[in-house]
Structure formats: structure tokens, C-alpha cells
Design a protein around this ligand. Structure first.
Ligand SMILES: NC(=O)c1ccc[n+]([C@@H]2O[C@H](COP(=O)([O-])OP(=O)(O)OC[C@H]3O[C@@H](n4cnc5c(N)ncnc54)[C@H](O)[C@@H]3O)[C@@H](O)[C@H]2O)c1
Length: 361
């Protein structure tokens, strides 16, 4: 049962969708801005940090500001809830909001275990409300263009993927939840590895993973090196996650993905890419190019996609999901598998052995 545009208009708001944002930190504020840009109303915000509460009231001019998210999700005039809190809170807040009849946009990683992600989507089905995961890279034009090329057979059968997002000194929120294992679930693997892995598997439209072999390291973080600028650092706070991860992921059909995610390492500079090799062509995401060999010559196809506004596109999509005009771009099976692969990678690194996906599902 969804709110129709008519029902929303009947509230006297001229079809304005109303959302509430839980967690108004670094990313929460970006969401507030994006929802306003696409014409939605940010009716309420919740944060436990008094500084953020004051900012939401005085600078963002949010009408209803709470410190307990239960007060936000129980509001009858809110259609959608955006969960932008530390990773370990995604699970409970999402389920509670769905139970209150709200559609939910939950930030990435979906949760901190595949089992939790499964339960979140079960709740979405049970309460008849949609759940979208904030995998922002899917909302770049280039991502869907490349996916369409792959779906139409332009690169043939993909067989090898190299996906990475690595930084020289980019540990976010040092000492905060970001660097506490129980609260983040993992370090760069869950924080940025999740983006590149999802982007890769979404482009090739295959999330059927079989097994994972991975290594994680924490060489700079524990020494207080490699701090970045994102997030809200907590002086004296701990560092109990990895600062670098590399995983070798085998799919059921034999495709291999080499995933690397790093927050801090002695390299010349940060970088990211998704490179996909297929038997008819190959993709280089960063170069926005497709490579092939046709009629005896090597062919480079360069794509010009213009300015990207992924967070706004994601907000617009969520509004359309609320209105029943679009189905969530992130599918339950994909999200469960995405989390399972990352969880298997962590387990593999911890136990120093190959881990089958079936062990974490
Ligand atoms: N999609 C993206 O590209 C992207 C980018 C950055 C962060 N994120 C995700 O967004 C989430 C938040 O990250 P961030 O960088 O904004 O972190 P942050 O630390 O800057 O903000 C988190 C906020 O949540 C608040 N909070 C903590 N517990 C709370 C509770 N019980 N109730 C209400 N508020 C609570 C904190 O006070 C803080 O203001 C994370 O899951 C992160 O992975 C996604």
C-alpha cells in the first residue's frame, strides 16, 4: 500500500513528498540539500549531537528537530525516512521506520552483516514499504550508460574485473564510529569498497558470488597516520578496523573480481576505477571509455556524459519510489549478496582461508 500522488496532495501539500533525515552529520546535510533541490520537503531531522540539532534548527531551518529517532519515524506526515547514521544503526532504524509505514532510503553499507540485510528486506516486504540503499555510484549517468552497453552485449562476456578505491591519507572521522569495528563493521572495505564492488557487479548485472579470499591490514591507522578530512574525528578515539583490504572474489560463472579498498597507504596518490574485461570489449570507468578490436583495428570509444549529480539523482529516485512511479534501483537479492561478499572478505582475512559465500548467508 503506497501513498499515491493524490493522497499526498490531499494533505494540502501540493504533492510535495515529505522526508525525515536521521543522522545530520556530514552526509546527512548533503541529503537535506539534495532533497530540497529536487523539490521534496525535509520536514524533520534527528541527531543525538546537540551541535547538529542546533545547526539543523538554526541554519538548515528544519521545522521538527529530534534527538530520539522514534519521535521522527512516528510522525504521520512523513512519507520517507533517510537513515544516515553510523553503519551499526542502519539495521534497527530501517526496520523501525518500515514498521512505522515509512519508505526508507538507507545509506551504504546496507548494514554490518548479510543476515541483517536479509531481515531489513523481509521487513520491507512485511510492512509493504520500499527500501532503497544509498549506493550513490549507481546514480551517475556514466554508470547506467556502461551497464546498458554491457547488457546489450557490447563487451561480450565479462570475465575479469579490477575495482579499487584507494587513498594515501584518507581515514575518515579518526577515533569516531568510522574507526571502531563494532560500529563501522569494517574500515575501507565497508566504507568505500562497497561502492566499487556494487558498481562493478551492477554494471555486469551479476551478483552471484561463490567464494572470496582476502587480506586486510592495519599498518598506518593504529599509529595515527593517514588521517583524512571527512567525518567528525574524536581526539583520542580508537582505531580497531583495517586501513587496507584486498579481495579476490570468484563468481558462480567463473568471473573474477579483484577488489581493493584503502584509506591510508604509502602510495603516490589516491585513485579509483572499475576496469572490466570482456571477450568482445573492455570498460575503463575512470576514462569513461570502451575498448575493442573491430575490423582489424583497435577501437577506443570515449563517452562524454557531462556533469554528474548522483546524490540529487538518488533523492529524485527515492521521491519517485515513494510516489510509486519507480521501483528501487537496488534490489534485495543484490544487497544481500553485496553485504555477504564483503562479510566473507572480512572473515577470509580474519581466518586466513577461502570463505564460501554460503557460510555467511
Ligand atoms: N553514499 C555516500 O557516498 C556516502 C558518503 C559518506 C557517508 N555515507 C554513509 O552515511 C552514513 C553517515 O556517515 P557520515 O559521514 O555522515 O558520518 P558522521 O559521523 O558525519 O554523521 C553521522 C551522524 O549520525 C548521528 N548519530 C549517531 N547516532 C545517532 C542516533 N542514535 N540517532 C540519531 N543520530 C545519530 C551522529 O551524531 C552524526 O551527526 C554512514 O553509513 C556512511 O557510510 C555515505
Amino acid at each position: 500500500m503506497f501513498y499515491t500522488r493524490l493522497e499526498i496532495r490531499l494533505r494540502g501539500k501540493m504533492a510535495t513528498v515529505r522526508v525525515g533525515v536521521i543522522g545530520c552529520g556530514t552526509m546527512g546535510k548533503i541529503h537535506v540539500n539534495a532533497f530540497r533541490k529536487v523539490g521534496a520537503e525535509v520536514a524533520a531531522v534527528c541527531d543525538i549531537d546537540e551541535k547538529e540539532v542546533k545547526y539543523a534548527r538554526e541554519v538548515l531551518k528544519i521545522e521538527h528537530v529530534y534527538t530520539d529517532y522514534h519521535d521522527l519515524i512516528s510522525r504521520k506526515d512523513i512519507d520517507g525516512v533517510v537513515v544516515v547514521t553510523p553503519n551499526y544503526l542502519h539495521y534497527q532504524m530501517t526496520i523501525d521506520a518500515l514498521r512505522e509505514g515509512k519508505h526508507v532510503l538507507c545509506e551504504k553499507p546496507p548494514a554490518i552483516s548479510a543476515k541483517q540485510v536479509k531481515e531489513m528486506f523481509e521487513a520491507s516486504r512485511k510492512y509493504g514499504r520500499k527500501l532503497l540503499i544509498g549506493l550513490t555510484w549507481r546514480f551517475r549517468k556514466l554508470s547506467s550508460i556502461l551497464r546498458n552497453y554491457v547488457l546489450k552485449g557490447k563487451i561480450g562476456e565479462p570475465y575479469l574485473i579490477k575495482a579499487y578505491m584507494i587513498r594515501r591519507a584518507g581515514i575518515p572521522g579518526y577515533g569516531s564510529w568510522f574507526t571502531i569495528k563494532e560500529q563501522a563493521g569494517a574500515g575501507p572495505l565497508y566504507d568505500i569498497g562497497v561502492h566499487m564492488l556494487d558498481l562493478s557487479l551492477w554494471i555486469i548485472n551479476d551478483f552471484k558470488a561463490k567464494e572470496v579470499l582476502a587480506s586486510t591490514y592495519a599498518k598506518l591507522g593504529p599509529k595515527g597516520l593517514g588521517k583524512g578530512t571527512w567525518g567528525k574525528p574524536v581526539p583520542g578515539g580508537p582505531f580497531t578496523v583495517e586501513d587496507w583490504a584486498v579481495a579476490f572474489i570468484k563468481m558462480e560463472n567463473g568471473t573474477t573480481t579483484i577488489l581493493e579498498a584503502g584509506w591510508a597507504g604509502h602510495i603516490s596518490r589516491g585513485d579509483y576505477n572499475v576496469v572490466i574485461m570482456g571477450d568482445k570489449g573492455g570498460i575503463n570507468y575512470r576514462e569513461a571509455s570502451i575498448y575493442s578490436e573491430e575490423n582489424g583495428v583497435l577501437v577506443d570509444t570515449k563517452l562524454e556524459v557531462g556533469e554528474e549529480k548522483p546524490v540529487e539523482n538518488e533523492a529524485r529516485h527515492f521521491v519517485n519510489v515513494i510516489l510509486g512511479k519507480e521501483e528501487p534501483l537496488t534490489k534485495p537479492e543484490e544487497m544481500i549478496m553485496l553485504q555477504a561478499i564483503l562479510e566473507a572478505a572480512l572473515k577470509s582475512a580474519e581466518e586466513k582461508r577461502l570463505v564460501k559465500i554460503s557460510e555467511v548467508l
